[in-house]
Design a protein. Structure first.
Ligand code: SF4
Length: 224
């Protein structure tokens, strides 16, 4: 495939806004927002390699059984924590990451570090914790810190490839391509719209090309 989608990012954004709904309760970040930045970050970690529904359930159980503060997590019994987050999958690995994050945050003054640290310092800090990668960091920076970065989840990656915007599996290249396409001011909204669009139209298996509002402009549109 050599072509790219034949619309600019602004027009695609307008079509996405008119086509898909971003339901707050379907995004773990939105569900966790009222609980503070640490809860949001934990929610993003829980959503790795699973869907938001499972992550939301794991977050709810974690809130009920332990709490969503670094103080509560840092002193939690590991087995209890693992059992609480089991619905999110990879629960042993994620428990390790969440506990390490809580302890390292407490060593830096607590949860407030997540909102007060300079962005690049925070990026370095988060990167140093095993189990926290660039996508998790970008979702957090865009959602909580308002940083104009494009977080590329599995839906955004798949759609960007189908649109011909990216040709590799390189995360940073995909993130920059989508940021250029949609514009930094639209990055967070476009990120969420792409997830909703990927869930409803541009699915991994059997994309609904015949009903897709972008089919006339998409180089990967499957014929009827
Ligand atoms: S036409 Fe098909 S491949 Fe292209 S964006 Fe729509 S659903 Fe995805």
């Amino acid at each position: 495939m050599s072509e790219k989608i034949t619309l600019d990012g602004g027009k695609v954004l307008a079509i996405l806004r008119n086509t898909v709904r971003v339901e707050r309760e379907q995004f773990v970040v939105s569900v966790a927002e009222d609980e503070g930045p640490f809860a949001v970050l934990v929610g993003i970690i829980l959503s790795q390699n699973t869907n938001d529904k499972n992550a939301i359930e794991a977050l709810r159980r974690l809130r009920e059984r332990i709490g969503l503060t670094p103080e509560a997590i840092a002193k939690a019994n590991v087995e209890v924590l693992e059992e609480a987050i089991r619905p999110a999958g990879l629960y042993k690995q994620k428990a390790h990451t969440i506990i390490a994050l809580a302890r390292e945050l407490l060593a830096r003054g607590g949860e407030s570090y997540l909102v007060e640290a300079p962005v690049e310092e925070l990026r370095d800090f988060l990167s140093s914790i095993r189990g926290i990668g660039p996508k998790t960091i970008d979702v957090f920076l865009a959602s909580v810190r308002g940083v104009p970065v494009f977080a590329v989840d599995t839906h955004a990656f798949r759609i960007a490839k189908r649109w011909g915007l990216v040709r590799t599996r390189n995360y940073r290249e995909a993130s920059e391509a989508l940021l250029r396409f949609f514009g930094p001011e639209n990055a967070l909204e476009a990120h969420r719209l792409l997830i909703a669009f990927g869930r409803s139209y541009c699915k991994a298996k059997n994309p609904r090309c015949t009903e897709c509002p972008l089919a006339a402009y998409c180089p990967s549109a499957r014929p009827e």
